[in-house]
Design a protein around this ligand. Structure first.
Ligand code: HEC
Ligand code: HEC
Length: 334
């Protein structure tokens, strides 16, 4: 009897945590189901509009944004790979390898800080940094070249009433990113009450995810992340450990801490973890279930769960049911 009680407690605690950090619902509004995504938030100076999102989609694909004309944002964030790139470490514009794995950009609108270590405080700041550092983009030069293309000139006028500039390019990109939601998954359909939307393994997998595995403490619905950073032991024993969030906060306890990633659509974005050290989803779940390698800064929340192989596979079945049905078509560039 103890385990279901623990599971119920964790789910209740998670529900409280989720309601506490979203805007209060108007009286009489129907309660949101556990995994339902609220409308994406946006800053007051960059509200979401269809024109901006469509323009941002063009820019996301356009190699004109890069310093060498060879690279777009999309060169590392591919839709069919869960908006990641299936390689351990991708090469930047100058040929240097990134030292962290490309994360998914699904549901980034809902995050409260960006990058594995949370060093960007806004999505706009992240997008500008990615444009410059990953792609060697020179904002003033790119803006001038886009303003020389009539279709872009028109699109910027429609979206902003202003020409292309560092500011409008970044705002359009960030708006497009705010629309990149995973869409409806089999698990969402299950929560809506559709019979046979998911397998029995997936249902039992969720119970283990919320109960014995305690995964839900950090991978909290509806985003399946709590936006916090933790050391889970991945840097232990490395010759040159990545300091992670310590670089941002300079707090010793943040050494080797990285952001809890969303688990929506996670089945598509192998390999896993900031260091891409798990090749498959099952391997990643197995590591999490085992409590991680010993590290003086490891979070006390990361402990062995005692999940069996069969239980680990059920959790994998549940995570596979979190893959959404969103579709994607590459735009035709001007
Ligand atoms: C060469 C590969 C590459 C290119 C090109 C690239 N990215 Fe990324 N992106 C990465 C990597 C690697 C990270 C993680 C870096 C880190 O956390 O330290 C990342 C992280 C991000 C994140 C943070 C996601 C999160 O969960 O916090 C966003 C958003 C993002 N990129 C947007 C963009 C945009 C916008 C562009 C184009 C202007 C772009 N990226 C181009 C590799 C790339
Ligand atoms: C203490 C909070 C915490 C708990 C509890 C937790 N996770 Fe995580 N999880 C994280 C963090 C943080 C990362 C990323 C760490 C990194 O890459 O350095 C992560 C990464 C993952 C990844 C890789 C995702 C990706 O895109 O790379 C999977 C899969 C995952 N966790 C599943 C689980 C499962 C299943 C459980 C329960 C058995 C669980 N986690 C429990 C915090 C947690």
């Amino acid at each position: 009897m103890r385990k279901p009680a623990v599971a119920a407690f964790i789910i209740a605690a998670a529900a409280v945590a989720v309601t506490a950090c979203t805007a209060p619902e108007p009286a009489g509004a129907p309660a949101r189901r556990m995994s339902e995504l609220p409308p994406p938030p946006a800053p007051a100076d960059n509200p979401i509009t269809a024109e901006k999102a469509a323009l941002g989609k063009l820019l996301f694909h356009d190699k004109r944004l890069s310093g060498n004309g060879q690279m777009a944002c999309q060169s590392c964030h591919y839709h069919h790979l869960g908006w990641a790139d299936a390689t351990r470490f991708s090469a930047m514009h100058n040929g240097n390898l990134n030292t962290r794995h490309t994360p998914t950009i699904y549901n980034v609108a809902y995050q409260t800080s960006w990058y594995w270590d949370g060093r960007a405080a806004t999505l706009e700041a992240n997008n500008l940094a990615a444009w410059r550092n990953q792609m060697g983009g020179d904002p003033a030069r790119v803006a001038a070249s886009l303003n020389a293309i009539p279709a872009y000139r028109e699109a910027f006028q429609k979206a902003f009433g202003a020409p292309a500039s560092q500011d409008t390019i970044v705002k359009a990109l960030a708006t497009y990113f705010r629309t990149l939601n995973t869409g409806e998954s089999a698990w969402d359909r299950h929560e809506m009450g559709r019979a046979n939307a998911v397998s029995r393994d997936a249902r039992e997998g969720f119970d283990l995810f919320a109960g014995k595995g305690r995964c839900i403490v950090c991978h909290t619905p509806p985003f399946y992340t709590n936006n916090e950073h933790y050391n889970i032991g991945l840097e232990a024993g490395k010759a040159k450990p990545d300091p992670g969030r310590f670089n941002v906060t300079r707090r010793v306890e943040d050494t080797g801490a990285f952001k809890t990633p969303t688990l929506r659509a996670v089945a598509r974005s192998a390999p896993y973890f900031h260091d891409a050290s798990a090749a498959t989803l099952e391997e990643a779940v197995r590591y999490m279930a085992g409590g991680g390698r010993a590290d003086p800064h490891k979070t006390p929340l990361m402990i062995p769960t005692g999940l069996t192989d069969a239980e680990i596979r059920k959790i994998v079945a549940f995570l596979e049911a979190l893959t959404g049905n969103d579709t994607y078509e590459a735009p035709r560039l001007p």
